[in-house]
Design a protein around this ligand. Structure first.
Ligand code: ADP
Length: 967
């Protein structure tokens, strides 16, 4: 009975039987094996062999040279003989075992060891291995062995890899068919031969298992006996191979599915994107957790709901439904597979931006769609933020660029201005800086004599330049009093900005002057700025900047803005400073010129002064306000007898040196030193001192000197120094001394006979009176003459006393009123002319030498009478006030010429040409000298005032010192 004739039931029964048999007897006994090996040995050499001893089914007949036996299946009746039957049973057992495990196994991981065990076990072979493709060759992935312990051959098998064509597995891989080896130990292509020999491995077979991609794996089995090629087994193996291959494919597909499902699940679970699927009717069939979170619906609520109603905002629903309908009606997909941005609706009714990709699920039948949705609110927010940042960044950059352009403009402008110290050049520079950068034309106006003049112009092109020149030529001045425009800017310092200049404005400026209007129009003003040039509070001028509005160059000029105005103001401010600098520079240059001129003049004057000082006979000493001696001439060396270097450097030092003494030989107090007096403002021309000088052999000589001293005052009267001029008057002094001595002696000598003469005259007059003889007044006249002579001699004596320092005063409290009255009476009597008295009622008592004061009054009154005509009044006045008693004698005579007035108190001075007007007697010119000396000796002062032709007034004042109270 052939297998194919058996019924299904019969086969099942037989398999059951086989299964039982398998459990008990299927494994061949070792005895069977040794028998089989002996049989094999007996056939040794008889069988045609391949070079490496491998046999394929084909070579069973052909004995190919490589020794591989590829075994083709051929019909063989089952159970024809007992051995064949056993073999057949083994094959069936293997097939069964494999079939069962293939059906039961649902994992690729454990199918290989189970196949090895099933085949090796059921066919009663000793060792099996499975090789899988690896790196272009083969690697052993699992082994099986019949006994409890694997041997060295198993370990070696696990270690090695086989290249295609190498060893048994390599040959199977290459041949892609089962191969049979009767005895590996005789094979020439068996790298594991050494180990196989040690373990006694002899027979072997191997077969490939294929899947859809090619060789999936190679199974090999070894027996310790040589095995003849078993065509039946090989045939059975084809089925087994198929089964295994199918199983591998199934398991791999299952695993791939599992994997992909797991992956999909994981993706869906973990996706940040919401995944929403809907079927063709628009019902939601998938709604992942991200979708739940995004839309705010739980999955259970979403599934089955109409998607359009759930998550599409009302405004978009119509479009969505229409699109779906169109697609289902066969229209071209519009948004499938594309990324679009839309709005979506949340459960709470809020809309939010999403990004959406819709794919059609690739399944046959009614289409379903999956949408991958991303909430892009955050992205939109960020985009908006970025856009905002970008725009603010752009604004900031524009600002920064504008600011840097401003700074650059200013700094360039400033640099150009700074270079110029020429006023006019600065103006031209300024105009050039503004045109064309800021203006199409520019005029700088400066105020000149109450009007505004165009001091600099600049224009961007010739046409405008010509128009400007014409305007400047024909309308040179601008109106300073205008309520606006440059005049107004100049007046107020307030800048003016007219963004849009109209023709009406031009007409207003032209004020009906057609020619003016025409010129203004030629200048095409569209926008205008006028800024003051202001420096240090002064408005120096006005800059007028005009844009014609015509685009020129890269930037079309806009109407001026306040920004433009402030930029221009800033540059104008700097320009004004530069102009002011230029002006100051010009002035300083001029001043320098003047200074040089002054210096030259000063130098001239100084050298003149030098020459004068040096030429002055005598010593000239000049000191500053602090008393530092600035200079002394050569004469100062001669007189002071010192080299210039020795001269004390200060006036005080000079005074302290004790070099000067008073005429009486007393040391001069420092404060009386001529320079000290001069520094206090005193001035004298005739001060006399004794100069102590060390002569040869240390002999001290006293030299009389006469000093003039005076303060040096600056233009406002402040004392800045002093000068003294000292002259050696020793010769003069000597002569004066001699003269004084002579005067003294002479007057004494004259006085003695005169006194005798006076007494004799008086005696004679008395005798004649007694004899009653009339002498016709001769003796009286004699007496008067003698009296006058006495006074003359007295005066001369006084002079010599004064000069010799011997004028003594007898001071006692006296009534000056009485003295004045008596003096007036005496003179009235003598001159027979009335003297007007102006005396106080009360006594004016003060300490004085009454006789000497009478002498002074007599002198003043006799002069007043003498130098005025008889009919003219003479007034004697006494006033006591402000701590002094002041006496004035006033006449209405011819007066004293101004140039003579300063000298009238000098000794022997008489005003040249003055005639005695009344009375007799020619003066000696010493009365006033003595009077002044007397008054000054009283601690008072004396002075004269006079006007030529109107009279003179002589006054003296005595201090009203309080008297000691009388007991
Ligand atoms: P004399 O004895 O010459 O008057 P004085 O010293 O008294 O000398 O006066 C000096 C000079 O001053 C006089 O010579 C005279 O020229 C002038 N003088 C003095 N007093 C008067 C006066 N009252 N009017 C005009 N000239 C006067």
């Amino acid at each position: 009975m052939r297998d194919r004739d058996k019924t299904k039931e019969q086969l099942i029964a037989e398999v059951r039987e086989l299964r039982t048999a398998l459990a008990h007897a299927a494994t061949p006994s070792p005895a069977d094996r040794s028998r089989a090996a002996a049989e094999h040995d007996a056939h040794d050499g008889a069988e045609a062999e391949t070079r490496d001893g491998y046999l394929s089914r084909e070579s069973l007949a052909a004995h190919p040279a490589n020794g591989f036996h590829a075994v083709e299946g051929h019909d063989q009746p089952i159970g024809a003989d007992p051995a064949a039957l056993a073999a057949e049973r083994r094959q069936a057992a293997a097939q069964y075992a494999v079939g069962r495990l293939v059906a039961e196994t649902d994992s690729l991981d454990d199918i290989i060891p189970r196949i090895l065990a099933a085949i090796g076990g059921s066919l009663a072979w000793d060792f099996g291995a499975c090789w899988r493709p690896h790196d272009g060759g083969l690697r052993c992935v699992a082994t099986w062995h019949a006994g409890p312990v694997g041997g060295e051959f198993e370990r070696q098998t696990q270690r090695v890899t086989m290249a295609p064509g190498e060893g048994l597995p390599g040959s199977v891989l290459q041949a892609d068919r089962p191969l049979w080896v009767e005895d590996v130990q005789r094979s020439t292509n068996f790298p594991r031969l050494e180990y196989a020999a040690r373990e006694g491995m002899r027979g072997a077979f191997a077969f490939p298992v294929r899947d859809e991609r090619g060789t999936w794996g190679i199974f090999e089995f070894f027996a310790r006996v040589p095995e003849e090629p078993d065509a039946g087994l090989l045939q059975a193996l084809d089925a087994i191979r198929d089964q295994i291959g199918q199983c591998v494919r199934r398991l791999r597909a299952t695993e791939a599915l599992r994997e992909s499902e797991a992956r999909k699940g994981a993706i869906l679970e973990a996706a940040l994107e919401a995944v929403v699927s809907m079927d063709a009717s628009g019902r939601i069939i998938e709604f992942n957790p991200a979708a739940e979170a995004m839309f705010g619906y739980p999955r259970e609520r979403a599934l089955g709901a109409q998607m359009v109603e759930l998550i599409v905002p009302p405004a978009l629903r119509q479009g969505h439904l229409a699109g779906l309908r169109r697609y289902l009606d066969g229209g071209a997909p519009r948004i499938l597979g594309q990324r679009v941005e839309l709005s979506a609706l949340r459960a709470d009714g809020t809309e939010f931006p999403i990004e959406l990709t819709i794919t059609r699920v690739a399944l046959p039948g009614a289409p379903s769609f999956t949408a991958y949705i991303r909430d892009i609110s955050e992205r939109k927010r960020r985009e908006a933020e970025v856009a905002r940042l970008l725009s603010s960044e752009r604004e900031a950059r524009l600002d920064a660029e504008a600011a840097s352009a401003r700074i650059q403009f200013l700094s360039e402008g400033t640099a150009r201005l700074a270079g110029s110290l020429d006023y006019q050049a600065t103006l031209r520079q300024l105009a050039d800086i503004f045109v064309p950068k800021v203006a199409d034309w520019c005029v700088i106006h400066l105020p000149v004599d109450g009007t505004l003049r165009q001091a600099a112009i600049a224009a961007v092109d010739d046409e405008l330049a010509v128009a400007l020149r014409d305007l400047a030529a024909e309308y040179t001045t601008a109106n300073l009093d205008a309520p606006h425009g440059v005049g107004h800017v100049l007046r107020t310092g307030e800048p003016e900005l007219i963004p849009h200049v109209t023709d009406d404005m031009l007409a207003a400026i032209a004020a009906g002057d057609a020619r003016h209007l025409e010129l203004l129009r030629r200048l095409r003003p569209a926008s205008e700025m006028a800024v003051p040039l202001e420096a240090n509070g002064h408005i120096l001028g006005v800059v007028l900047l005009v844009s014609t509005g015509t685009p020129r160059g890269p930037a079309a000029r806009r109407p001026y803005t306040t920004d433009d105005l402030s930029l221009v103001r800033e540059l104008a401010r700097r320009a004004a400073l530069a102009m002011d600098n230029a002006r100051l520079y010009g002035e300083s240059q001029r001043a320098l010129g003047q200074v040089a001129e002054i210096a030259r003049e000063l130098g001239q004057q100084a050298s003149e002064l030098n020459a004068i000082i040096e030429a002055i006979p005598g010593a000239v000493i000049v000191c500053d306000a602090a008393g530092h001696i600035l200079r002394g001439n050569a004469g100062s060396e001669t007189i002071f007898g010192r080299s210039r270097g020795d001269t004390p450097s200060t006036a005080a030092g000079l005074a302290a040196s004790g070099i000067l003494r008073a005429l009486d030989g007393e040391p001069l107090p420092p404060e009386d030193f001529p320079l000290a007096r001069a520094l206090r403002g005193e001035m004298r021309t005739d001060a006399r001192y004794l100069l102590r000088r060390e002569g040869p052999r240390r002999r001290v000589r006293e030299l009389p000197i006469q000093c003039s001293y005076a303060p040096i005052r600056d233009h406002d009267g402040t004392i800045t120094g002093a000068v003294t001029v000292a002259a050696d008057i020793s010769t003069l002094y000597q002569l004066e001394r001699q003269k004084d001595e002579f005067l003294s002696v002479a007057s004494h000598e004259l006085k003695t006979p005169l006194t005798t003469l006076k007494i004799l005259t008086q005696l004679t007059r008395k005798r004649l009176e007694k004899l009653d003889l009339l002498d016709s007044g001769h003796t009286v006249r004699m007496e008067r003459a003698i009296g006058r002579m006495e006074r003359l001699i007295g005066d001369l004596l006084d002079v010599s006393r004064i000069e010799l320092g011997r004028l003594a005063l007898r001071i006692e409290p006296s009534d000056l009123t009485a003295i004045c009255r008596q003096a007036a009476e005496d003179h009235t009597e003598a001159a027979e002319r009335p003297i007007t008295l102006d005396l106080p009622e009360e006594l004016v008592v003060l300490p004085l030498d009454a006789e000497r004061i009478e002498q002074v009054l007599a002198n003043l009154l006799s002069n007043a009478l003498k130098y005025s005509l008889p009919q003219r009044p003479v007034v004697l006045r006494l006033r006591a006030k402000a701590g002094e008693a002041r006496v004035t004698v006033e006449d209405a005579g011819g007066g004293i010429p101004p140039d003579a007035l300063p000298h009238i108190f000098e000794r022997f001075y008489r005003v040249p040409g003055v005639q005695v007007q009344s009375g007799s007697g020619v003066g000696l010119g010493i009365g006033l000298y003595i009077s002044k000396e007397i008054i000054e000796r009283h601690g008072g002062r004396m002075w004269a005032e006079s006007e030529l032709g109107r009279g003179s007034r002589f006054s003296f004042a005595l201090p009203l010192t309080p008297l000691p109270s009388l007991p």
